[in-house]
Design a protein around this ligand. Structure first.
Ligand code: HEM
Length: 408
């Protein structure tokens, strides 16, 4: 399937007139793919598909004890409840605003420095570092962790984990224990040993959950912000319009706060439009697994079937979205639309019982950082922006965004 699996599955489903439900086999694994909001809703919100398939890399990287991959029983309910209370509650999210502000202050300083030293900015590294520090400090509550070598080491480990989990591993589909195509198994074992070696983490379940938070939280936020800024560089008129909105609301020397975001509808519309065109999880990344037999769209689906929702295909479907390839945030001004999972025409955080628990935290970070970066600088192309994409664990820009940032 390679780095464009979402596109290949979308065109296969469309050419076979199977957008509602496409059935394929990967080795001995039965897979169904929905590219339609109605069947997507049945998969995500019904009771049948509440487990996740465990890939070999997932198991080796200790994610089978983490929220995202634990089977949907008592243990999963328990750790999800604990995380919702301690990490994702509105109170906890707003208590972390100071941290988000100080990290974006640093990021702005780094943008200045890069402009001075190199004459252009490559935002990816700055966003990834900011996002890493944000997650480490939110999870561990310690700035030393984020800023010393250990934070750097953990950043490298997350990167390696992403690559391994995104790697197509033949062993997941052709279970022959002695084979290790591409050395994925060997690399996973090595990485797991390094994760266990972090002495801040001791109890096995907590290792899994905290490691997952760090792992999950960092890349999606950084990737989404890079897409947003790339779109702002490409669409100068839209950038001007959102900067006008921000200026009108906050005035020249006034800091933007979380509480201001509700009054910036155009900024929110831009974030939604980027989530529609470049969803970080185009196949909702984490497939679902049926725990019992079920009828879906009048088809019999046996227990143990893997189900994927091709959110990218739904979000680009011309029968659902007017002019789907156009970048037009206004569509979300014209129609009040929630992207949090209630409307399956665009549910970039998934939906149902296993919907992303980090969505409010992720959006709070993305909105604040985008607003601050746009208020501070005018973002101008230094070369044509390549909007090519590459699906690893998340859907990244194939080439890092390089541009000029001019102080406003
Ligand atoms: C822009 C940011 C983000 C996007 C687009 C995103 C997207 C997703 C998606 C599509 C799923 C699968 C949902 C489903 O199967 O219905 C998911 C699950 C999950 N996400 Fe996020 N996510 C984001 C940020 C975060 C953050 C910041 C965290 C944690 C700090 C997080 C933690 C998780 C966890 C733990 C799960 C597994 C939930 C379960 O299986 O019960 N995510 N996310």
């Amino acid at each position: 399937m390679g780095h464009h699996a979402h596109r290949k599955l979308a065109s296969l489903a469309s050419s076979l007139h199977a957008t509602r439900l496409l059935a394929i086999s990967l080795g001995s694994t039965r897979v169904i793919v929905s590219s339609h909001p109605e069947t997507a809703k049945e998969i995500l919100c019904g009771s049948a598909f509440s487990d996740r398939p465990i890939k070999e890399s997932t198991h080796l990287l200790m994610f089978d004890r983490a929220i995202g991959f634990a089977p949907s029983g008592e243990y999963w309910r328990h750790i999800r409840k604990i995380a919702s209370y301690h990490m994702f509650s509105p109170r906890r999210i707003s208590s972390l605003e100071g941290l988000r502000q100080s990290i974006v202050d640093n990021m702005i300083g780094e943008v200045w420095m890069e402009m001075n030293e190199r004459g252009f900015v490559e935002l990816r590294g700055i966003l990834q570092k900011g996002s890493l520090n944000n997650m480490l400090e939110s999870v561990f509550g310690s700035s030393d962790f984020g800023l010393n070598n250990r934070g750097y080491e953990l950043g490298l480990m997350v990167k390696e984990g992403y690559e391994l989990i995104g790697e197509f591993n033949w062993a997941d589909y052709f279970p022959l224990g002695f084979l290790d195509f591409y050395g994925v198994k060997r690399r996973c074992n090595k990485l797991a040993t390094r994760v266990n070696g972090l002495d801040q983490l001791s109890d096995a379940d907590m290792v899994a959950v905290l490691w997952e938070m760090v792992f999950r939280g960092i890349d999606n936020v950084a990737i989404l912000l890079e897409w947003i800024m790339a779109r702002m560089v490409v669409h100068q008129d839209i950038q001007k319009k959102v900067q006008h909105e921000i200026d009108m609301f906050t005035g020249p020397n006034i800091q933007i706060h979380d509480s201001d975001i509700a009054n910036l509808p155009y900024l929110q519309a831009i974030v939604k439009e980027v989530l529609r065109l470049h969803p970080p999880g185009p196949l909702l990344s984490w497939a679902r697994l049926s725990t019992h037999d079920v009828f879906l769209d009048k088809c019999f689906i046996p227990a143990g079937t893997t189900a994927m929702v091709n959110m990218w295909a739904i979000a680009h479907d011309p029968s659902i979205w007017l002019d789907p390839w156009a970048f037009r945030p206004e569509r979300f001004i014209e129609e009040d639309f929630s992207v949090l999972g209630s409307d399956l025409r665009l549910a970039p955080f998934g939906s149902g019982r296993r919907v992303c628990p980090g969505k409010a935290m992720g959006l709070a970070t993305v909105h604040l950082w985008a607003a601050r970066l746009l208020k501070q600088f005018k973002w101008v192309p230094s070369q044509p922006v390549d909007l090519g994409e590459c699906l690893k664990f998340s859907l990244e820009m194939k080439k890092p965004l390089v541009c000029y940032a001019v102080t406003r």
